[in-house]
Design a protein. Sequence first.
Length: 238
Amino acid sequence: MTMSSTRQVAMPETPWEALTPMTRQTLEIDGRTFHLNRPPNFEQIFEHPALQQAWQDDEYLPYWADLWPVSIELARAVLREPWPAGGTALELGCGLGLPGVAALSRGLHVIFSDVDASALRVARENAHLNGFSHFELLRFDWRNPPSDLQVPVILGSDLTFERRFVEPLTELIARVLTPDGVCLMVDQDRPPAALFRDLLPDYGLSYSTEKIKARAPGQPAYKGTLYRIRKQAKITST
């Protein structure tokens, strides 16, 4: 598979004043309690002049600043997975960081990653809020990932929201996931997910799916899909 071409785009940083003051939310997931700081009004964030400019530059909006139902379901999947001790998990597009915090609670070493510096700041605060201090923050654009990044676990929720990012996402998973690793991804069954499924085999990735229902407190339930993505086994000649 030929790697896709990339273009350099300045990475965004949502102004902190557009996100604050934060509100605190408590979630109960599979018998565990998690606390999250989050912006109180998701829609008002978009009115900030800097975000209007970010939209003009690269059609960027800070979707990460809301608590999406699929992130709760990814956290639930993380809590239920039989992880080996001492593994490292990379959360892509971490936003508020709930799945990464769930992974920390299971003993994984977590790398929170996002293109938006403010998202990483919020994820760091939420990790601290839940009693964790040992983790990493990594800022990068999927279209220009670090060349030496390799992890056995990748986590992602609602990452196929824009069709233009589906192939960079697929390429990133193929490049970063170790041969024996697994990517857990939960999607809200958005239309670009069909392209994502089509591209996975082209990049040497196999997958299985599980249908789920995702719900955030005070919101309606959404149908979604939990993906388990792995490197395809290489067939060796005898």
